[in-house]
Design a protein around this ligand. Structure first.
Ligand SMILES: [Zn+2]
Length: 245
């Protein structure tokens, strides 16, 4: 079997058979990759901490064109985020981000932006930025990179702009201004709309500038609802977040 290697982040890892693990990697260049790590469930194994959630590493593997699963042979860890990711105040936020990517991104999706986005979020949290603001930044950019984000500056019916509150259409595909709204239930205020526009030209490291200007929880719920609507699934890990209790 041919051999190759890739830079990737670990998004999930679960036991397979008695001694192996099934791992899903988000590669830097080629989207998601499912891999078997032989012997990885043994206490002493060649992978060490490489297969922990959100470890970034260079993974070497064997592949076969007829098979979806590749077989990991070895790897070198480049950066471990596990201590930070697994801390009680962070872990469910990172589970949710991993679940969004795992459920939404199809195989052979070769966009490189989600990888860069997750790396920027991980680095932002290492710099002690608030995890709820980072999650919100992630959700907004995830939808934007999938081509699903509504225009936060324009009414999708009359094309007006400059309104103080926009109502989200029930199919999540556009905003309605105060004059065009009918019975839509979800609405976004001026600061929330401004935040969505602001993310276009700012990195997650700047997200701290928004702390206190509005509470992120309602917009987090709206963005998660939008992802679930478009993906036609529900996200299991959201129920552990304070934003959804
Ligand atoms: Zn309108």
């Amino acid at each position: 079997m041919p051999q190759a290697s890739t830079l990737a982040l670990v998004l999930s890892s679960s036991p397979l058979h008695e001694q192996d693990k099934l791992v899903t990697l988000l590669t830097a260049e080629r989207g998601l990759m499912k891999a078997v790590a032989p012997g990885a469930a043994k206490i002493k194994n060649r992978f060490g901490s490489l297969l922990e959630l959100f470890s970034e590493g260079e993974f070497h593997y064997y592949w076969h064109e007829d098979k979806e699963l590749v077989i990991l042979s070895k790897g070198e860890i480049k950066k471990s985020f596990f201590t930070m990711v697994s801390a009680a105040e962070n872990v469910f936020y990172f589970y949710l981000m991993a679940e969004v990517v795992l459920k939404f991104i199809p195989p052979n999706h070769h966009d490189t932006r989600i990888y860069k986005l997750l790396m920027a979020i991980l680095q932002g949290r290492e710099k002690k930025l608030a995890v709820d603001w980072l999650l919100l930044y992630f959700l907004v950019w995830f939808l934007r990179s999938e081509g699903l984000l509504f225009n936060p500056d324009r009414c999708s019916n009359c094309q007006s702009h400059g309104f103080d509150r926009g109502w989200l259409r029930s199919d999540y595909r556009g905003l309605l201004c105060p004059l065009c709204k009918t019975n839509e239930r979800q609405s976004l205020g001026r600061e929330e709309l401004a935040f969505i526009s602001w993310t276009v030209n700012h990195s997650p490291e700047d997200a701290g500038a928004w702390s206190g200007r509005f509470a992120p929880a309602p917009l987090i719920r709206t963005m998660v609802g939008k992802i679930e609507y478009h993906g036609e699934f529900s996200l299991q890990s959201r129920r552990y977040l304070p934003e959804f209790r």
